[in-house]
Design a protein around this ligand. Sequence first.
Ligand SMILES: Cc1cc2nc3c(=O)[nH]c(=O)nc-3n(C[C@H](O)[C@H](O)[C@H](O)COP(=O)(O)OP(=O)(O)OC[C@H]3O[C@@H](n4cnc5c(N)ncnc54)[C@H](O)[C@@H]3O)c2cc1C
Length: 411
Amino acid sequence: MHVLIVGGGVVGLACAHALAGRGAEVTVCEAGTLGGGSTGRAAGGIRTQFSTRVNVELSLASVPVWESFADDFGVDIDYRRSGYLFLARTEETAAAFRENVAMQTEAGAPSRVLSPAEAAEYLPELRTESFVAATFSAADGVADPHSAVQGYADAARAAGVDIRTKTPVTDLARVGDGGSDGGSDGGSDDDSSDDGSADAVATPDAGGWRAETPDGSIDADAVVVAAGAWSGRVASLAGVDLPIAPRRRQIAVVEPEGDLPADAPLTIDLDTGAYFRPEREGTAVVGGHFSETDPDVDPDRFDESMDVEWAVEATERADDAAAYFGPETRIRNGWAGLYAVTPDHHAILDAVEPGLVVAAGFSGHGFQHAPATGEAVADLCLGEDACEVDVSALSLDRFESGETLRERNVA
Ligand SMILES: Cc1cc2nc3c(=O)[nH]c(=O)nc-3n(C[C@H](O)[C@H](O)[C@H](O)COP(=O)(O)OP(=O)(O)OC[C@H]3O[C@@H](n4cnc5c(N)ncnc54)[C@H](O)[C@@H]3O)c2cc1C
């Protein structure tokens, strides 16, 4: 079985690694460089503290992979298990925190609800008077996305995966018994696609897919759309509409005025959306989206630089949460990247057509979920049931049926 993966970010490479590990022949086409999309711009956060069971389970299945990554992949991803601290300013948010923690602990995550005073044990300069509650999980941490890409790419190549950079997929069409009427000029009208069921993938009568690239065409039994914020565009080549919006998000690296401990947790002030975490050599990363508006952007033409006014606001908001970021804080550098946002802030992990699997729309948490996603996608492509996470709630048709999810812990 030959699987073509479109996109060489952490998700595409994790899928390639999982598929090759199960004996599939795999080709990865990446339009630019590996990790050059959103992956290389992520904050590296890895957390079990989500508000829906499927997101918690994707994390719980991924965390062990990150923990043993250096041993298993031979690449140090600078994994630091310093926890995540969520902060609530209102009783309403605190009530949601209590519900989340009940669900998270039932799923097996070691989260706890804390009073502001207890939270200050993890973050000494926390402005306790501004908050009513917090949650903390020691299972959470951060890692370096660039190194993770390198580790997955090396392991995938060693397992025989053909990785082609600077190779954009420019068209996708169904071939063989599945019909040749897909493609950018209108999409497939094959009845077999109507049920959208995962087990329809890669059955012999589903036919295959032909991808066009500037270097020629590639035939595959299955195609995985793992193109991050570009996934809507890539799926449209096959006539499939995905509700995935590319949204710009920024990060600043600052030299805090105060002494932010190197082992401080990644802290999210959920009611303002501000977050921060320690970085190397006494610096810190600050982030968050504060504007009332959040327009879709062109993923090929968005401003990749950091706005200084935004960085000032992000730093001030971080200081509103904990007194490390006073006026002497120096903004060192920063950048902008893309979240691939779905209407319910959950990924789409689904066989949306026979032989066409989507792994995209992670809405700001795709780095951390890549390991479990790779296994789930291998199941979808190969018709297997090896992944411990049931991803059926992440089907594309939830947006039509109205059975969407609600992730409240979004920053
Ligand atoms: C500022 C910021 C902070 C973030 N922080 C975190 C965090 O702390 N934790 C977390 O888990 N996530 C975080 N994320 C989200 C995370 O970066 C993404 O969810 C994740 O990187 C998605 O990986 P991906 O492989 O799906 O996408 P990408 O890394 O974007 O890879 C997709 C690739 O597809 C390629 N491509 C596009 N079109 C084509 C085509 N036609 N043919 C071939 N290739 C194509 C692109 O070039 C790109 O390299 C953050 C994102 C941003 C922007």
